[in-house]
Design a protein around this ligand. Structure first.
Ligand code: ADP
Ligand code: MG
Length: 289
């Protein structure tokens, strides 16, 4: 393991009180500083459990965990000055305005905090700063939640299903905000069952099913290793329409492909690579739902 890792997890298991089986079992991984690292897996896989162990909300894991150069159990409450957390469901006071929420939570920190107005601008809520949260749409609440996680300038962010239940425009906004945080130097550990988030955002993803980690790698590397790139050709002629697929490698020497494009009218021609979801299914034998 390298010494500049933000998080090191070595052979960690966690069983809920009364749980028949561990919710997380023998998990090992490492997150580099400045990296966006994603846990990708279906509902119930153990993603939130692993994050809660790392947030010190679930105590009693086995194995070794080190965060920001210190063993997890050696951190004091100052841990919460260093990490920012977004839970899956927004947790803001509905009777307070957005600004009041941020000012309230900012007062809980000892260290330096952002100005609430600047943060609200950052997440696109500048014009809604003085509205009560009960009037906010889900997308606005999640953006406010995100702003709250950034209040105390954390160096490490835990995001649990950051785009779950959001419309495409809000989901894109959140993805952009996550990227901006990474550009500012923050390390980000997120969980998702959304392969778009995993694919577009994560430097590396770990597949998790039933508490156990499968492969851990960059999305592009996973696509290269698993699954063949191909070319799909749709043709039309008097005899009818047809769809044909050819391996991308060696295409220029592929006689059937060359004959096809010489003899048929082409409607579309696309190269395609496997999606992360297809690779997930191939590797784990499970879907993401
Ligand atoms: P994910 O976040 O991947 O959807 P979770 O970490 O929430 O999965 O859950 C992993 C497993 O642990 C599931 O089987 C779930 O039912 C169980 N679990 C989650 N929270 C609790 C709890 N508070 N008590 C007992 N079991 C739990
Ligand atoms: Mg979860």
């Amino acid at each position: 393991m390298t010494s500049d890792a933000a998080i090191r997890v070595d052979d960690v298991s966690f069983t809920y009180v009364g749980g028949a089986a561990p919710a997380v079992r023998n998990v090992s991984f490492e997150i580099a500083r400045g990296e966006i690292f994603g846990f990708l897996g279906p509902s119930g896989a153990g993603k939130s459990t692993m994050q809660k162990v790392l947030m010190r909300l679930l105590l009693g894991h086995t194995g070794h965990v080190e965060v920001l150069g210190r063993r997890l159990q050696d951190w004091d409450t100052d841990y919460y000055e260093r990490i920012g957390v977004c839970f899956e469901l927004p947790t803001n006071y509905r009777k307070l305005t957005a600004r009041e929420n941020l000012d309230f939570f900012a007062a809980l920190y000892d260290g330096e905090t952002h100005q609430s107005g600047a943060l609200l601008d950052l997440v696109g809520l500048g014009g809604d700063a003085d509205k009560r949260v009960e009037q906010f749409s889900k997308g606005m609440q999640i953006r406010l939640n995100f702003a709250r996680a950034l209040l105390h300038k954390p160096v490490l962010l835990f995001l649990d299903e950051p785009t779950a239940g959001l419309d495409p425009a809000n989901a894109r906004r959140i993805r952009d905000l996550i990227r901006e945080q990474q550009a500012a130097g923050t390390t980000i550990f997120l969980t998702t069952h959304d392969m778009t988030v995993a694919d577009e955002l994560c430097d590396r993803v770990a597949f998790i099913v039933e508490g156990a980690l499968g492969v851990v790698d960059a999305p592009a590397a996973l696509k290269q290793r698993h699954g063949r790139r191909s070319v799909r050709v749709e043709t039309e002629d008097a005899a009818g329409d047809g769809t044909h697929e050819f391996p991308l490698d060696g295409l220029g020497q592929d006689r059937a492909f060359l004959d096809l494009i010489a003899s048929k009218r082409i409607r579309t021609i696309h190269s395609q690579e496997p999606t992360l979801e297809e690779i997930f299914i191939q590797v784990t034998g499970r879907g993401l739902e």
